[in-house]
Design a protein around this ligand. Structure first.
Ligand SMILES: [Zn+2]
Ligand SMILES: [Zn+2]
Length: 367
């Protein structure tokens, strides 16, 4: 039995009739709050409003916050980091949309703190939270610095060969901006439906970027809120989680293939510009990862059995750093995780084998 969330009855016939003439970011109202000049809300589709919320000192720059207007309840997709500037920006966006926390159902696509950071801020003010079980539990199990999640992250860094980099948990953006207390969420499962205005958004699973990433698909209007699964200008980070989750890159590829089967007119992603040609973007992402897999193979061919750290140093990164020593520690966490995801995919393909040294450090070798 599928769960139906927000059983609203409104029929936005007027809105509906205009849909064929819709194009993104054009001919829609736009406003900048008098109080916070940097936040601009746009109605990107009838009744769907987006504002880029600034993420201070983060290479992502901003997160696209979406509000879908309904009659009795509105739907927000994801929040932002747990800090004051994000609170200010998001409130400005809500003012423009004429909504308030008590009217909001908030759907979280995945566990990352640029999406979930303000969960408790909204829950404390009367919003209802919705999220997939795996990612919600991950967030709730990673509140304390000495929780198994963070201890295993520190341990994994050592096994990746990063001892020399002396990474600190405080430098991990996910740790820094994590929620400070347990999130009380309603678990969502594939097939659950959010009815908001004239829209029916169905929950679908798109694991890969995180193990439990979920998206909202609107089949009639062919819209997809996909969080960080597909981004326009930047490549979503695919990291290694643990051996229980396994080959996250392989899982991500399957989720990309699934999206390719969906008719999509507009894809609403979480960072930077919106994706207009989804199929083209999916092809680009496949090409990107295949190139990286080849870079990893080339590194192993050149150096022989290698740690994750060595392979990470030999991949190409779009970051302004002269060399590895110039890499910010916050980015070393992500880079090593991504390199390991590629190596583990090569292991899954049978191209590479992983050895574990006596000190626990992993070495990867071409077969
Ligand atoms: Zn993410
Ligand atoms: Zn994100």
């Amino acid at each position: 039995m599928k769960k139906l969330i927000n059983n609203e009855t409104e029929i936005a016939a007027k809105v509906h009739n205009t849909l064929d003439n819709v194009s993104l970011n054009k001919n829609y109202s736009e406003a900048t709050s008098p109080n916070v000049s940097q936040v601009t809300t746009k109605e990107i589709y009838p009744g769907i409003f987006m504002a880029p919320i600034n993420l201070p000192r983060n290479p992502l720059r901003s997160i696209n916050n979406y509000i879908v207007k309904g009659q009795s309840r509105d739907l927000m997709v994801d929040t932002a980091f747990n800090n004051q500037s994000c609170v200010k920006d998001i409130n400005c966006h809500m003012d423009y949309c004429k909504t308030k926390a008590t009217s909001l159902d908030i759907f979280f696509t995945h566990l990352h703190s640029d999406h979930t950071g303000l969960a408790n801020y909204f829950a404390d003010r009367g919003s209802d939270l919705y999220m997939g079980r795996y990612d919600a539990n991950y967030v709730n199990n990673s509140l304390a610095a000495d929780s198994p999640v963070w201890l295993s992250q520190l341990e994994l860094a050592l096994y990746q060969g990063l001892a020399a980099d002396d990474l600190k948990l405080e430098e991990h953006p996910g740790f820094r901006y994590r929620p400070q207390k347990r999130m009380q969420v309603n678990y969502t499962a594939p097939g659950d439906v959010f009815k908001i205005g004239s829209y029916s958004f169905t929950v679908i699973d798109l694991p890969g970027h995180t193990p439990g990433l979920q998206a909202l698909y609107e089949p009639e209007h062919q819209l997809l809120f996909c969080g960080d699964h597909i981004l326009g200008d930047i490549t979503p980070n695919i990291t290694f989680w643990d051996f229980a989750v396994g080959d996250s890159l392989g899982t991500y590829f399957k989720s990309l293939e699934l999206v390719e089967t969906l008719p999509i007119r507009y894809l609403f992603s979480a960072h930077r510009s919106l994706v207009e040609d989804v199929s083209k973007r999916i092809t680009e992402l496949f090409v990107h990862h295949r190139k990286r897999l080849q870079e990893a193979r080339d590194c192993l061919r050149r150096y022989g059995p290698s740690t994750v750290r060595r392979v990470t140093q030999n991949l190409h990164w779009d970051i302004r750093a002269k060399d590895w020593s110039d890499f910010p520690n916050s980015q070393k966490w992500f880079a090593a995780g991504e390199a390991m995801a590629h190596l583990e995919h090569l292991v899954a393909l049978g191209d590479v084998v992983r050895h574990t040294a006596d000190d626990g450090v992993y070495y990867y070798e071409l077969i």
